[in-house]
Write a protein that binds this ligand. Sequence first.
Ligand code: WT7
Length: 648
Amino acid sequence: MSDSILSVLNEERTFPPVHSTDANIDGMAAYQALCDRFTADFEGTWGELAREHLAWAHPFSRVLDESNAPFYRWFDDGMLNVSANCLDRHVEAGLGERFAIIWEGEDGEVRRISYRALLADVCRAANGLRALGVERGDRVVIYMPMIPEAAVAMLACSRIGATHSVVFGAFAAQALRDRLIDTGAKVVITADGGWRKGEVHALKPKVDEALKGEGVAVNKVVVVTHCNHPVDWVEGRDLDWYIMLEGQRESCPPEPLPAEHPLFILYTSGSTGKPKGIVHSTGGYLLWARLTMLWSFDFHPGRDLFWCTADIGWITGHTYSVYGPLACGGTTMMYEGVPTYPDPGRMWRICAHHKVSIFYTAPTAIRALIKAGDEWPARHNLSSLRVLGTVGEPINPEAWIWYHEVIGGGRCPIVDTWWQTETGGHMISPLPFATTLKPGSASKPLPGISAQVLDVDGNAVRDGGGLLALTRPWPSMLRGIWGDDRRYVDTYWHRFGGHYYFAGDGARIDSDGDFWIMGRVDDVLNVSGHRLGTMEIESALVSHPAVAEAAVVGRPDEVKGEAIFAFVVLKQAGGADLKDALRDHVAEEIGPIAKPDEIRFAHGLPKTRSGKIMRRLLRDIAAGNTIHQDVSTLEDAAVVEALHKDAC
Ligand code: WT7
């Protein structure tokens, strides 16, 4: 067991809730009242919230359709438009001059975009995409740095009913190509590049590379010039973003779409080699994006400046950098560059300068900033902060306490939000002005959410450990895996007989009913809060001509949570140069985040007699632990001895 898990198990500190005079949920009584509303009338309550919080083009008459479970449908005869909910209704309410986005570039440039201006840009982009032949139901891939145009592109797609799929800008050409093929996208929106540590990280060449060869349906590539970086141009296929917008009308009636219309597809890693295209809906997704902003963050639009540091390439960036804050009519902060550039004080400088009031980041970033030293936050006035959030992986109590003391000055509640790409928004989270906080615990399910810790037979566990499951459907749940209904059912619903959603995480529930997330129980790694499938990295490794076989496991890492450790069996002996080549090869296949931290060459891998790689054993070896495990099922016991050192 890693040290951080042990420290969570021993954690006993509690922090009673801070009082706030106008919190959206101002105490446990208000929380309980909301939960009781759901208990008394589950569908009725969701229906009321959906009518109250979203603007519908056509009202729905049905809340939840369970007839084809687990393919649940929400509000499905209602029609609405996401961009109209995120923009038009706020402008119509007189908030046109309020800032929707405050953006800071890595070089310090600042852009402040009002709701009125954002709406105009989104309309022009929507008209431009239509002029390129993009129609309702078409897929558009967005491969961009963190610039406002990325949000404009997402909202423009939603305005005309095109389903977007954002691909993280650090992903390699091959990963982009796989997603282009799987979505069948017609159009890619990209940029010449983005700024990373003062250098241009070029994107367009990776798009050109991804489009080579057969199998990709893309016929237009729209390019935002952001870095003035030279790009190769394919006549007839490539188009400048600003030229696309030129001459387009600043109005574009939002297309009313069925609530179940797919708003976006976002790929995430699973326990097989092929990433899954998680499909999210229009109505249910947006409702929960808005409600969780109000509940988990106590967001007050017009007063708060909310900053979620996640890239739009991840679900956190979708829900909490773009859709959630904008659905509320609030202001979202966007930062383009590396958080420690030009120095480790950058994030705190941004918070102080723009007066960020709600700050949301990942434990890995917090741990890296702890290492950088307390002098960096000390140089900046962080008194504007009032709520702090964390997401992506378990936060160790030491990091929690530092965040609370040093960043929050002991006065800001910390919300440790548990959720997944698949859940669309927070599922288990403290309420900042109601919950008694426990460092390392995500606290309780939000109102409307039914979460339980189950034993292997599916019985609820009280005061103990087990598997985390969601036992009732919720509006922002994934609607499936793009093009693979079978995998959707098998991955999430099969484990508990079709009744419950299996999250893939282990968790402990304590005697107060608080949840402590213990991490993945499947072959999925969590490296710096990013999800990577071990199989995905293994297939990248074996695609190298020198590799015969590979097994990838996680090794506990102080900063990243988990580091990537690869055992590699070579076809012929190789040396240190080959290790570098293999690391580069993985970066080319998937992206730099998937580069193994350590590669160990082996003569063979420990396997059971039935041929299954014994991953638990490899994890122990990678962590440098003594092996107490029973190796009697091992095919060749000598292999284990050899694995403790490099074979070549
Ligand atoms: C996995 C989902 C949801 C946005 C970021 C990651 C882990 C997420 C927490 C938390 C402990 C967490 C889980 C989950 N995770 N939040 N607060 N405490 N673990 O999204 O890439 O879909 O990964 O991240 O293991 O299953 P994702």
